[in-house]
Every structure is written in C-alpha cells, then in structure tokens.
Ligand binder design. Structure first.
Ligand code: 5GP
Ligand code: ZN
Length: 116
C-alpha cells in the first residue's frame, strides 16, 4: 500500500481524520462526502494512494470499480434514493480537487424531496 502523508484521503483511511464510514475491506474504503451534494453522497477510494484514473494500475482500478455495486446497494438500502450517479473526476479541469483516486456515488431523489 502506498501512503502519502500529505493526502487527505490517506489520512481518512488511516483514521487520522475522522469520517463517516460506509464500507471498508482490505482494498477499499467508502465514506460520506463532507460536502453532501445529496443525502448519502459517498466516496469510494482505494487504500493505496493513487493520484487518479490516468495513473492507476489496472488491478487497483478494477478492485475499486468492482466494489461499486456493493456500496451502491448499501446506500440504496440506507437512503432509498430513486437513482444514483456514479462518476470519477479526473484532473483539475474536470473538477478533481483531491488527488487520491475516488469514485463519487451521488444518490438522486425525487425533486419533491428538496434535493437537486
Ligand atoms: P473531487 O472534487 O476531487 O472529485 O472530490 C473530492 C471530494 O472530497 C469533494 O466532494 C469534497 O467534498 C470531499 N472532501 C474533501 N475533503 C474531505 C474530508 O476531509 N472529508 C470528507 N469526508 N470528504 C472530503
Ligand atoms: Zn492518498
């Protein structure tokens, strides 16, 4: 596992920065985004420090993406959204602000719930 001592997500994985954990196993960690786009907005990250999709080894990416259904189902069960966006911002100009590979799971609700 690569660890970057200056990386916020490495610190979250190590428990140095507290987070609301959604799921964890040997390879990935999932937690609620601090700035919830919608209720249940979750990030899944590999435990090894990788900058983004461009720089990841295939094995790291494949394990990370393989966990999406399990985490998505957990969010679905907990928050009961009507849909979900699954995405990864890659590079500053695409909106990446934390340079540790992550996948956003953004649950979507009926507009009458008051969420975008
Ligand atoms: P990006 O903009 O790189 O695609 O996504 C990074 C996400 O990390 C943002 O949605 C931001 O709210 C979230 N984030 C940044 N710092 C923290 C933190 O300390 N804790 C948690 N839980 N989320 C964070
Ligand atoms: Zn990191």
């Amino acid at each position: 596992m690569t660890h970057d001592p200056n990386c916020i997500f490495c610190k979250i994985i190590d428990g140095e920065i507290p987070s609301a954990k959604v799921y964890e196993d040997d390879d990935v960690f999932a937690f609620l985004d601090i700035s919830q786009v919608t209720k249940g907005h979750t990030l899944i990250v590999p435990k090894t420090h990788v900058k983004n999709i461009y720089e990841t080894k295939e094995e790291v990416a494949s394990t990370l993406f393989a966990r999406v259904p399990k985490v998505a189902r957990a969010i679905e069960k907990a928050f009961n959204p009507v849909g979900m966006n699954v995405l990864s911002n890659t590079g500053e100009f695409a909106g990446q602000s934390v340079f540790h590979l992550h996948i956003h799971l953004i649950p979507r609700y009926d507009e009458s719930d008051g969420y975008d």
